[in-house]
Design a protein around this ligand. Structure first.
Ligand code: NIG
Ligand code: FE
Length: 418
């Protein structure tokens, strides 16, 4: 151990973590390292040592010179990484619930100027300070539920000023240091009302005016597109994502959610870092993704909330695709900041094993936002983002559901919630 530790987490009943600096696929996805009766030593923000309690070096470890957290014999995992959220927005859409219950489809509500476009109106009205203020409430709730890093998309501005404002809000929220936030540019989330009859012009605006500024000001690392019937076609998605890449934004996609356009195939072809949703992904698309190692970011909370089918997670895992699970937190298709219910649904509906889901919300999720070298597992050299669960073992957190099962969160090496 080189660095002097300043935090000891001791009396860990069971430490459970995937291992490594890259996404895990196939049977590797369920290879969880378990240590019973474990301790973790932290220096600053970093994990510097871990092992079994009886190996704990007693020299230099006393309550006088180190903060000690007693994990009370409970389960400890890496902090959760939420690789797909629409964090920055204003307004909620409870008024559309009745429409939804009466059977009006998601894309129909959007066509009527509701859905995403409803949130766009409210987000445009909000100023930067307001977006930051209500974003902070959301990230504090995420943290309380065990999420220590999230991806955040723009996509409710849909014009130059309001997309930039949304991305700036995410940058400012990240600076608060509550959770880490990794930004994605998603102006191609819907066709704004003012361009409804002139989609080409909106695409030109995204490619020629927005992307260069986003890139120059380092406002995002990824570029995403909602590739869907009535939204952005396969060819339009390709144009936007290739343009983003030219400016250094890594491609991501909302792919094959409602209609099978073969977004999965395009994501693989473009070597996107991830393809997300994939409910309708075809066998051919899945094969292409497996060949390229494209990460599938699956969003079971959205399937549940929209009454959609469930993505074929088992097929994807069996074919060797690294699978991540994310919340898709947004005001329409999953208005819930917690990753815990999506984790339960991944188990119960995708039939993913607890170990597979743990990797899906930690290491594979970190890989889906290009952070696998720094977070996503409890290993020496990684960041001390750690969750202590009110649970004796891993299966328990998937077996129980619907309440917050987090006991304590350690973020950047500091205890932040109890
Ligand atoms: O990933 N599918 C498109 N976008 C979001 C939903 C956004 C909204 O309804 O506000 C999603 O589910
Ligand atoms: Fe989404």
């Amino acid at each position: 151990m080189n660095k002097k530790p300043d935090l000891l987490i001791k009396n860990i009943g069971l430490l459970a973590t995937p291992q490594g600096n890259r996404s895990l696929a196939g049977t590797d996805q369920r290879q969880i390292k378990y240590i019973k009766n474990a301790y973790i030593l932290v220096s600053g923000q970093d994990i510097v040592e871990l092992g079994e309690d009886h190996e704990l070096p007693s020299q230099n470890i006393s309550a006088d010179n180190i903060t000690i957290i007693d994990a009370q014999g409970l389960l400890v995992t890496p902090g959760l990484v939420d690789a797909h959220t629409h964090l920055v927005f204003s307004g909620w859409r409870q008024k559309e619930l009745a429409l939804k219950l009466q059977g009006v489809p998601y894309l129909e509500i959007l066509k009527m100027g509701g859905g995403i476009l409803n949130t766009v109106r409210h987000t445009r009205e909000a100023d930067l300070a307001e977006l930051i203020k209500n974003g902070e409430v959301k990230i504090r709730r995420m943290l309380a539920h065990g999420t220590t890093t999230c991806e955040a998309k723009s996509g409710y501005g849909l014009n130059f000023a309001d997309e930039i404002k949304s991305l700036k809000a995410a940058v400012e929220l990240n600076k608060l240091g509550i959770i880490d936030i990794v930004s994605t540019f998603l102006a191609a989330h819907a066709i704004p009302e003012e361009y409804k009859n002139n989609k080409e012009e909106y695409i030109r605006l995204i490619m020629e005016e927005m992307i260069p500024v986003v890139s120059e000001n380092r406002l995002a690392e990824f570029c995403d597109v909602f590739c869907e019937e009535g939204v952005f076609s396969l060819e339009e998605s390709r144009l936007i994502l290739e343009c983003g890449r030219k400016y250094g934004l890594m491609p991501k996609m909302h792919a094959d959610e409602i209609n099978p356009l073969n977004g999965a195939g395009l994501a693989a072809e473009l070597e996107a870092i991830s393809a997300d949703h994939l409910i309708q992904a075809t066998d051919a698309g899945i094969d292409e993704m497996a060949k390229k190692g494209t990460i599938a970011v699956l969003l079971p909370g959205t399937s549940f909330y929209l009454g959609e089918n469930f993505a074929r997670a088992r097929t994807m895992i069996d074919k060797g695709i690294p699978v991540a699970v994310a919340s898709d937190f947004n005001p329409g298709s999953n208005p819930n900041e917690s990753l815990q219910l999506p984790m339960n649904i991944a188990c119960l509906k995708y039939k993913m094993l607890p170990g597979e889901v743990l990797t899906a919300v930690t290491l594979n999720a970190a890989a889906a936002i290009n952070r696998a070298a720094a977070i996503g597992s409890i290993e020496v050299g990684k960041k001390a983002d750690i969750v202590i669960w009110d649970a004796p073992d891993l299966a328990y957190i998937f077996y129980r559901y619907g309440t917050n099962q987090v006991k304590m969160v350690i973020k950047n090496g500091k205890l932040v919630g109890q």
